[in-house]
Design a protein around this ligand. Sequence first.
Ligand code: GAR
Length: 188
Amino acid sequence: MSKRIALFASGTGSNARVLIDRFREHPEDGVEVVLLVSNKSTAGALMMAAERGLPTLVVKRADWTEGKELLRALDALRVDLIVLAGFLWLIPAYLVQAYPNKIVNIHPALLPKYGGKGMYGRHVHEAVKAAGEVESGITIHYVDENYDEGSIIYQAAVRLDPEDTAEQIAERVLRLEHGNYWRVVYGL
Ligand code: GAR
């Protein structure tokens, strides 16, 4: 049976793009991305999705607290898995309850290290660099009502050189995300 996915993204959307393109190019995977949701009307992810003819939805703060419009859209499109790809708002209780163990996130570090509120994007890589870590990586996990605390599905690590800048760490981690997120989503 095929799986219907809604992607949630706040930024550039490179992970979202990889997932959309992968599953379009491989219909035999039985995974269909049917919607891209963003909290930011200027997000690159929205333009990327629109260019691909994918339905998009921008959620406003006012609707987010109750989620009526969002839940209606997810229901109408028969979404059975929500995939967060650089989405920065905390997922509210009503959404966790409506999609139990059906919301996954990717985090650009080896949780439980470098997670929690405010730990996203470059902030993560700068903290990893400042701590002099010898490795970083990615964590794919189920989403609960707290930032970065749901149970872990998959992790992969990269070795770091002491000379690596935060930007170089970010690039290597992002490459690891692109190579792995779709595979993990496919296997769920
Ligand atoms: C990714 O590195 C993702 O892991 C991170 O934001 C980036 C989004 O990049 N997510 C978080 O930090 C969540 N706490 P993208 O828009 O190019 O996919």
